[in-house]
Ligand binder design. Structure first.
Ligand code: SF4
Length: 423
C-alpha cells in the first residue's frame, strides 16, 4: 500500500470499481495497523483533524474527552445522516468506500475504548453498508459489534443530540439538549458516546495508516488535509469533489473570469451557512478559519454557485420556508420567529411592496431569533438570511423599485438533491 500523494485521498481508488469491496479496499490501503488507544489518540491529536460534519471541532480533543469520560464503555456513532439537502458527500462516501468509513469507526472505537459502533445513515445508504459489514464479519476483522440505524429524512437528523435521540428510539431527528458535553457523558443507552461524521472517520482511517505528518502535508495549519465538497452549479448536476484545504475555490473548480461572470453569488456551508460575493468566494483560500473571517463557515462542504437567471430572493425565501418547517417546534425562535422571517422573505421575493419596514427589517428579525434556541438551527437560518441581504442587496433594491422577477426558476435543492457523482 502507498500513501496518496495527489490532491485526492478519500476519492483515490487508483482506478478501482465504483463500489470498493473489501478485497479491493485491502489491496489499495492494506489492513488497519494494530495501534492501541494511546497511540491513536496521539496520532489523531497531532494530525489536527477537524470534524467535517459541519462544526469543525478538533477531533483529538473530542476523542480524548470521550475516552476519559466515564463509568461505562463508550459507544461510537458513525454519523452519515446528512440531512442538509444540498449535501451528498457522505452518502457518496458510504456508497463508494464503505470500508474506509468502517475502518475509521473501528479506529475511533479502539481509541476511545468503545465496544459497539452504531452506523447512523440515510435509508438509501443502508443496504450497501449492511453488505460491507457482512463482508467484514465473515473475515472477523473488527474487534467490536456494529449496528445500523436509519436516520429520519430531516434537516436536523445529523445534529449530535438528535442523532443520539434517534438511536435511543426517542423523538427521532429532534435535538434534545444543548451542547455536546452531555452526549459525550450520557448518550446512546446512557453510555459515553462519540458522534463523528463519516467523512471525518474516513480521514481518521488514513491517519491510522499513514500518520499525522502525512495528513498535515496538505491543507493549512488550522485546517489540515483535504475536504469533500458537494458542488452545485458548476456542472449539469451536483458533483462530489475533494480539495486540499487552503486551495482557492477558483483553482479547485477550474473557474476562470469568463465562467465567474455567470455566477451571481456563492453559498458556503449549506442552508445554515452564508452567502459571499462571487469574486470573494473564488479567491478565498477554502478553509474554516478563512470562511469564518468572512462571516460564514465551510460547514459540511456545501458549495452552491448560484447562476444568473435565477432570482436569489425567491431561492432564499424557499429555503427559509423549508428550514422553518424543519425546526423541532420546541423553542420560541422556531415556533414564532422563523415563520415571520420566511413570510417577510416571501414578501420581498414575490410582493416586495408589502414588505413592512423594507429590507432593513430582515436583519432586525434575524436578531430576534439568534442565540435564543436550544440548538443552533435558528442561528444558521439567521446567518443564511443576513448574508443574502448583503450579497443580493442590489437585487433587493430592484424588487422594491421595479417589482419582483418574472421568472423564478427553482434552483436550490429543497427538500432533496439528485444523487451526486464524483468529478
Ligand atoms: S431551536 Fe428549534 S430546532 Fe433547535 S431545539 Fe429549539 S425548536 Fe428545536
Amino acid at each position: 500500500m502507498s500513501a496518496p500523494v495527489g490532491p485526492t485521498r478519500l476519492l483515490d481508488t487508483t482506478g478501482g470499481p465504483d463500489v470498493v469491496g473489501l478485497d479491493a479496499h485491502l489491496q489499495r490501503w492494506g489492513p488497519l495497523p494494530s495501534a492501541g488507544s494511546k497511540a491513536l489518540l496521539d496520532a489523531v491529536g497531532r494530525s489536527g483533524l477537524r470534524g467535517h460534519g459541519g462544526a469543525w471541532f478538533p477531533v483529538g480533543t473530542k476523542w480524548r474527552a470521550v475516552a476519559g469520560s466515564g463509568r461505562s464503555r463508550p459507544v461510537v456513532v458513525a454519523n452519515g445522516a446528512e440531512g442538509e439537502p444540498a449535501s451528498g458527500k457522505d452518502r457518496y462516501l458510504l456508497h463508494h468506500s464503505p470500508h474506509l468509513v468502517l475502518d475509521g469507526a473501528t479506529t475511533a472505537a479502539r481509541a476511545v475504548g468503545a465496544d459497539h459502533v452504531v452506523v447512523h445513515l440515510t435509508a438509501e445508504a443502508a443496504a450497501g453498508v449492511r453488505a460491507a459489514l457482512d463482508e467484514r464479519a465473515r473475515r472477523g476483522i473488527d474487534g467490536c459489534s456494529f449496528e445500523i440505524v436509519v436516520a429520519p429524512d430531516r434537516f436536523l437528523a445529523g445534529q449530535e443530540s438528535a442523532a443520539v435521540a434517534t438511536v435511543n428510539g426517542k423523538s427521532p431527528g429532534i435535538p434534545t439538549f444543548v451542547g455536546i458535553r452531555t452526549v459525550r457523558e450520557h448518550g446512546v443507552a446512557g453510555r459515553p458516546t462519540l458522534v463523528q461524521n463519516v467523512e471525518t472517520l474516513a480521514h481518521a482511517a488514513l491517519i491510522a495508516r499513514f500518520g499525522p505528518d502525512w495528513f498535515r502535508s496538505v491543507g493549512t495549519a488550522e485546517s489540515p488535509g483535504t475536504a469533500l465538497l458537494t458542488v452545485t452549479g458548476r456542472w449539469d448536476a451536483p458533483r462530489i469533489v475533494e480539495v486540499p484545504l487552503g486551495t482557492t475555490l477558483g483553482q479547485a473548480l477550474g473557474i476562470d473570469a469568463g465562467t465567474a461572470r455567470g455566477i451571481q453569488g456563492v453559498l458556503l456551508g449549506g442552508y445554515g451557512g452564508g452567502w459571499l460575493p462571487t469574486a470573494t468566494a473564488l479567491a478565498m483560500p477554502f478553509a474554516e478559519e478563512t470562511a469564518r473571517a468572512h462571516g460564514t463557515s465551510v460547514g459540511a462542504g456545501v458549495v452552491v454557485l448560484l447562476p444568473t437567471g435565477v432570482c436569489p430572493l425567491a431561492e432564499v425565501a424557499r429555503v427559509v420556508r423549508y428550514m422553518e418547517g424543519e425546526g423541532a417546534g420546541q423553542c420560541g425562535p422556531c415556533v414564532n420567529g422563523l415563520d415571520v422571517l420566511a413570510t417577510s422573505l416571501e414578501h420581498l421575493a414575490y410582493r416586495p411592496r408589502s414588505l413592512r419596514g423594507g429590507v432593513a427589517a430582515l436583519p432586525t428579525l434575524c436578531g430576534l431569533v439568534e442565540g435564543r434556541g436550544a440548538c443552533h438551527h435558528p442561528d444558521g437560518v439567521a446567518r443564511f438570511v443576513r448574508t443574502a441581504v448583503d450579497v443580493f442587496a442590489d437585487h433587493a433594491g430592484l424588487h422594491l423599485s421595479r417589482g419582483p422577477c418574472q421568472t423564478t426558476r427553482p434552483f436550490l435543492a429543497v427538500p432533496t438533491t439528485p444523487v451526486a457523482r464524483a468529478r
